[in-house]
Design a protein around this ligand. Sequence first.
Ligand code: DGL
Length: 262
Amino acid sequence: MAEGAGGPCARFTGVFDSGVGGISVLRHLVRELPSEDFRFFGDSAHAPYGAKAPSEIYELSCAIADRMIADGAKALVIACNTATSAAAPQLRATYPDLPIVGVEPALKPAVLASGTGRILVMATEVTLALDKFHRLSDRWAEGTEVETVACNGLVERVERGNLDAPDVIELLESLIGPYRGKVDRVVLGCTHYPFVRRQIAQVLGDVRLFDGGAGTARQLRRLLGQGGLLCDEDRQGSVSFASSIDTPGELELYRRLFSQPC
Ligand code: DGL
């Protein structure tokens, strides 16, 4: 059962993204930690973050994090590769006692998975440009052939919610079609992209797809456990949604994406 006021279960984990993408991570969080309470915020009014200046992404991310912490969050998940790259170190420095989990492109598992071909990393312009990705690549991908593609326009199409629209496949064809037959592992380095994994596989054919959702959920479990912040396991957790586009239709889209299988 939930503890009384002030106990770990009186408080929630805040999860945020530039928009709907973080819901692909939230699904893993709820599957891994069904007794926890999660509050999701999608900044869809400002999406996409991935082509903005890092300083603007930092400001937007800090404003969301500050609000969630003021509302009583016991932990934060930055369910956005772009915001993690632009803001996670500074947020951890500002809130040293708060568990803050970020996401990063799942390059490590893709490298460690056996394969004979090259790896393709799909991500936003900012994620691919910032130091965090270069450090990740230097650490794990030395000696592995890695291609990167900034998928401009894809986040906007996922935000629209019509994932089977012809222009989704058309855009994917122009962005990643040239890699068909040339890569065997694909890293979905933006949390929006798991929502179009079927369409990505349709364009690329026989490839293995990697995303960071499950690893992020395990990391949150570890940090909550270390901090004595886990709720009792016999308790039923909850999920709530909020968006900077505060309309019933937008929140309906959030719930629809959340109900899709991981
Ligand atoms: N979902 C985000 C990510 O993981 C950001 C996408 C965007 O807003 O450009 O990078």
